[in-house]
Design a protein around this ligand. Sequence first.
Ligand SMILES: *Cc1c(COP(=O)(O)O)cnc(C)c1O
Length: 424
Amino acid sequence: MKYTNSLSFARTLDKKDSLRDFRKQFHFPRVNNKPAVYMLGNSLGLQPKTAKNQIQQELDAWAEHGVEGYFKGRKPWMHYHLQSKKILADIVGAKPSEVIAMNQLTMNLHLMLVSFYRPTAARFKIIVEAGAFPSDQYAFETQIKFHGLDPDKVLIEIKPRDGEYTIRTEDIVATIQAQGNQLALVLIGGVQYYTGQFFDLKTITQAAHAVGAFAGFDLAHAAGNVPLNLHDDGVDFAVWCSYKYLNSGPGGIAGCFVHERFESDTSIPRLAGWWGYDEQERFQMKKGFKPMKGVDGWQLSSTPVFQGAAHVASLEIFRKAKFKSLRKKSVLLTGYLEFLLKEIDPQERHCKIITPSNPAARGCQLSILCKQNGKDLYNQLMKGGIMTDWREPGVIRFSPVPLYNSFEDVYRVGEALGRIIGGR
Ligand SMILES: *Cc1c(COP(=O)(O)O)cnc(C)c1O
């Protein structure tokens, strides 16, 4: 598309946007008594207006039925996890039996590492991206130590080449091949939280499998943001949170995927709880763990229903908007932001976009590396009602989200940036 740096152009795109009304289904925070331009869906997605009602319904069910709410009411809690299965499966490209909403992200990552990182004397290495999200780094470190191993000898961190900001797929594949039969696991973020790079899950998975290793992904920044095909790509497992692009509220219930090929494999070690026990016999309270088929067998506890209700409220909106349409708009929206940034600072004197320019290699987020006074730029944006975030040592992340951001929002970002940079 040929973009123009003007408000009227942005408004024309909004008029043509079939998804434009979804914005009305969300609460926007206010800055200076005006709705903010919210570019932080990568950090905490906005609240759907229906969330309150969904949670209220469960409060009502609890008031009315007490513990009988597990079997009565519109959505009996006994099977509450089923409410989100189908739409989650659509969002991550899986079968409903392969996905579940449970726990929180780091917890699910630990559960998956227990099951899929089983080091032996010969095969014990893990390939990760350098600068992974801190929680993931702590999970890797402590899991490795839990097995009595030394993280320095186990972890292989892949970095961008000198002078580059993102990691080349060919470098990931070459590293996998170089580790060969010492490699136990590849575990990478689907979309890198700092650079916004969307990795090639299929190629990475195939390369890992070719040397006999597992491939898992942390989809915190990918779920609800980029097209995923976990089943067809053959990914072994994946985890994600629901409070970023899935708009399910702070600390919301997380997600987990385990590929169908493991659905009846009871030889995989796991940490278990009663909610993962075969549903037919769960309340016979027998000795000896007998897992449910598929990823449901990794559940530990009964579903946190209020978190689940907020999740369902948001997923219902995804169902109506359709992911394909969201992605189409997302590519245009982020493309517009990229165009504006390049117009404002063509020589990259103030900032450089470090997110890949190929739309297939990114989601909605653009990360800009600030060359001077970055923190000041960020502070001024926030003061002007443009909500973004600052990530040390020098990046501002912008995430125009197709569900609730408009082309006018993106235009406003450009306008504010132009004003601040122009005044320097
Ligand atoms: C947001 C994020 C987390 C956060 O973990 P929680 O357990 O949800 O607090 C972890 N890993 C990545 C890659 C993230 O982006």
